[in-house]
Design a protein around this ligand. Structure first.
Ligand code: MRU
Length: 338
């Protein structure tokens, strides 16, 4: 077993033949409980409720949701696809996975093979991106945002995969993770993964990021993505944009790590990406406990768009794009442009 295998023990999505078992991310880090989804509708609800979250993991779960629909009632497959497609709007991995599944009709065995392939390919892509991204690192200090690890993918992770690989290669000495208000993906999930792996990690308040960058303790900000548009503009967890602005101001490099399933060449730029707005209640309390006076309103967009001009490198399993723009994206993602 390699060092990296030892660091890759968490799996959030398990196919069990007649149901999908999802590690309930609402309960982490204190309870490791699995939820059984027995229909496409239950999978769609689990995606909406953030039982499963993170762009690649959402796509994988949705693919298994299609298998459940085909097993139960092939006549209702189109309705199931529509339901799954509508579960969350921003992560394009969801639509990408459903497009792959939709192309196969109702043959259950073929659908099972495809869902498994989507899951296996994601793990392989993460391992490859880990190597490619780690090769760019220098300086020893990195910051990340949200959760992009095994919990958000088939395993290993995207940005967190680069951190795992970078740490294994001796290129990272200290990780800083932003809390990621309001849902606390950084505090609850990324710290859970990093502490389990024994990677030196410190939690910071989201609002400490600029001060951290000014201190000189980090040389790279490494984040994932929910959708990368054709010009390299990148939608990711709310707060990513301000990290990119601050990184540029402080001379800190900014890396986006995402598999090609996150790239959407049909979306011309960031302005065309639908940004999910979630319930104000998520923001009006912490961990389910109300912290704001009754009657208060809130605005809760859960993603933002970082313009390509603020990104130093986009790392995909197909290769690294430094200083991304439309031309560089087309070279890697439009057949015939290479
Ligand atoms: O709302 P979430 O938790 O699904 O948002 C997740 C993110 O924004 C991640 O950074 C992104 O999906 C990449 S996960 C490899």
């Amino acid at each position: 077993m390699s060092d990296l295998d030892r660091h890759d023990t968490i799996r959030a999505v398990h196919w069990r033949g007649d149901h999908l078992s999802l590690l309930d991310q609402r309960l982490l880090p204190f309870e490791e409980k699995f939820v059984a989804c027995r229909s496409a509708a239950e999978v769609a609800q689990a995606i909406k409720d953030l039982v499963v979250r993170g762009a690649p993991a959402i796509g994988i779960a949705a693919a298994w949701g299609v298998v459940l629909a085909a097993q139960q009632d092939p006549a209702n497959l189109d309705a199931a696809l529509r339901l799954l497609r509508a579960s969350r709007p921003t992560a394009v991995n969801l639509m990408w996975a459903l497009d792959r599944m939709q192309g196969l009709g109702t043959d259950v065995a073929a659908l099972v093979r495809e869902a498994q392939a989507i899951q296996d390919e994601d793990l392989a892509a993460n391992r490859r991106m880990g190597e490619l991204g780690a090769a760019l690192l220098s300086g020893g200090g990195v910051m990340t945002h949200c959760n992009t690890g095994s919990l958000a993918t088939a395993g290993f992770g995207t940005a967190l995969g680069v951190i795992r690989s970078g740490y294994a290669a001796g290129k990272i000495a200290q990780v800083y993770a932003g809390e990621t208000r309001p849902w606390l993906q950084g505090a609850r999930l990324t710290m859970y993964e990093l502490v389990r792996d024994g990677i030196p990690a410190r939690l910071i308040a989201d609002s400490a990021a600029s001060y951290l960058m000014r201190s000189g303790a980090v040389q790279w900000v490494i984040v994932g993505a929910d959708r990368i548009a054709a010009n390299g503009d990148t939608a990711n967890k709310i707060g990513t944009y301000q990290l990119a602005i601050s990184a540029r101001h402080h001379g800190v490099k900014f890396m986006v790590v995402a598999p090609s399933s996150t790239v959407d060449m049909a979306t011309p730029d960031g302005a065309a990406i639908e940004i999910e707005l979630r319930e104000p209640a998520e923001l009006l309390g912490v961990a389910g406990k109300r912290t704001v006076i009754e009657g208060a309103e809130a605005w809760n967009p859960v993603f933002d768009v970082t313009p390509a001009s603020l990104i130093d490198a986009i790392v995909t399993e197909r290769g690294v794009i430094e200083h991304p723009d439309r031309h560089a994206m087309e070279k890697l993602f439009v057949p015939g442009h290479g």
